[in-house]
Ligand binder design. Structure first.
Ligand SMILES: Cc1ncc(COP(=O)(O)O)c(C=O)c1O
Length: 412
């Protein structure tokens, strides 16, 4: 039968684990169900994108052609201009940008293309994390190495404590800023330290920046790995690749559109891989994506909506939780007074609200540290935390926050 034994290494996705966890629950049907577990943007998609996609004449033309894997010149040019406007970096539309079907697809495929069969190599990734990084590493034959977001380190990652032997074994590392789920940012200094390590120890950095447009203070705007690289003189972005998406920025998760940009050598090899893989973005999606990258007004309107929601939600939650406010993204990473799985079950039973248990978004690491243990007794930086996605419309988010607050006060 199938000879790909690496498939057996893949962990069930958090939502699969949640189905089993919640199977035994009796959700309180007296209250409307509110789902705070999925990071699926629910603000309205821009009207002009919906119209562009629905135009019959353009659609007929687009559906009548095989799209180019490299994407249209217009799309790559629009992305290049957006990168310049947003991060003040000059990125070549010809050699340093590739459109992709959303960052998930690209983050996964990038490891397959870059690592080949790196059975003895390490792929670094944050912990807790977006699980695609781990699956990508395992299917490429590499070993995941987890960089913990430590509660005791303001939920940041202490890269300085990582031993040289680990850096020596590293073939690639994923970083995520703003981070899902903690909302932490990597600033320019942290990014430049990592770029220096990438050169010293010969590895690639894959920076997931898909939440870069959702931030809460103009004074603390997320920067990009490419900007950090250019600011230290490496305008060729050597060893660096960034991943961006229209899913969160433009509320278009169904369009499946994003891009990867950076080191021309990496992009050229990734293009070669993608040509065979057959994952070109449909021409009508390329057209709509071009328009989306060219417009900022819908992005700032959506960002403002998140800011307003977080202000009202936070004032409701603050008396009941030690709130760690995200710098970016749309999640609260809430510390729970009991185990995260029990908290999630009780919240569903009593308030008909679903959140993600933090230990499902992280891996146990075997290290004794900080008293956060998951169901198997292993240290897990996601234990005793839940992820709350504030993606719904403001009224529903406020209703959910009010129920969370009364739940917390009953269980205090
Ligand atoms: C950290 C992170 N990266 C990547 C993605 C994938 O987004 P998309 O494929 O829609 O661009 C998500 C989606 O939730 C995410 O949370």
């Amino acid at each position: 039968m199938t000879k790909n034994h690496r498939l057996d290494l893949l962990q069930p996705y958090p939502f699969e684990k949640m189905r089993s966890l919640f199977a035994a629950c009796e959700a309180n049907q007296a209250k409307d169900f509110i789902n705070l577990s999925i990071g699926e943007p629910k603000h309205s998609p821009p009207e002009f994108i919906v119209s562009a996609l629905a135009d019959p004449k353009t659609l007929a033309q687009c559906l009548n052609q095989y799209p180019a894997t490299q994407g249209s010149d217009a799309l790559r040019e629009a992305i290049s201009q957006w990168l310049d406007g947003r991060f003040d970096v000059k990125v070549s539309a010809d050699t340093q940008i590739l459109p992709v079907n959303g960052t998930r697809e690209a983050l996964f495929a990038f490891a397959q293309a870059m690592l080949g069969d790196a059975a003895d190599g390490l792929v670094g990734m944050p912990n807790p994390f977006y699980q695609i990084y781990e699956g990508a590493a395992l299917l490429a034959g590499a070993t995941p190495y987890f960089f913990n977001h430590e509660p005791a380190f303001q939920y940041g990652i202490d890269f300085d404590s990582v031993p040289a032997s680990v850096w020596q074994g590293m073939d690639m590392m994923y970083i995520c800023s703003p981070a899902n789920p903690t909302g932490n940012l990597l600033d320019q200094t942290a990014l430049q330290d990592l770029i220096r390590k990438a050169h010293d120890y010969d590895f690639i950095i894959a920076a997931d920046e898909c939440y870069a447009e959702i931030y809460f203070s103009d004074a603390e705007k997320p920067t990009s790995l490419l900007a950090a690289s250019a600011a230290m003189g490496a305008t060729d972005f050597s060893r660096c690749a960034v991943f961006h998406s229209l899913s969160k920025r433009s509320n278009l998760p169904g369009l499946r559109s994003g891009f990867v940009a950076g080191d021309a050598t990496l992009m050229q090899r990734f293009l070669k891989y993608r040509t065979y893989h057959g994952c070109a973005l449909g021409a009508h999606h390329q057209l709509a994506s071009t328009l989306a990258w060219q417009d900022e007004s819908h992005v700032s309107a959506s960002r403002q909506l998140y800011r307003d929601k977080f202000t009202s939600i936070s004032s409701v939650l603050a008396p009941h939780f030690a709130l760690h406010q995200p710098a970016g993204g749309f999640y609260h990473w809430l510390k729970t007074p009991v185990s995260d799985t029990l908290f999630a079950q009780q919240l569903l039973n009593e308030e008909n609200i679903k959140v993600v248990p933090g230990s499902y978004l992280a891996r146990g690491t075997g290290q004794a540290n900080g008293g956060l243990v998951d169901a198997s007794g292993d240290y897990n930086p996601g234990a005793n935390h839940v992820r709350v996605a504030w993606v719904a419309q403001p009224a529903q988010c406020l209703e959910a926050a009010t129920r969370l607050a009364s739940f917390a006060s009953r269980h205090a």
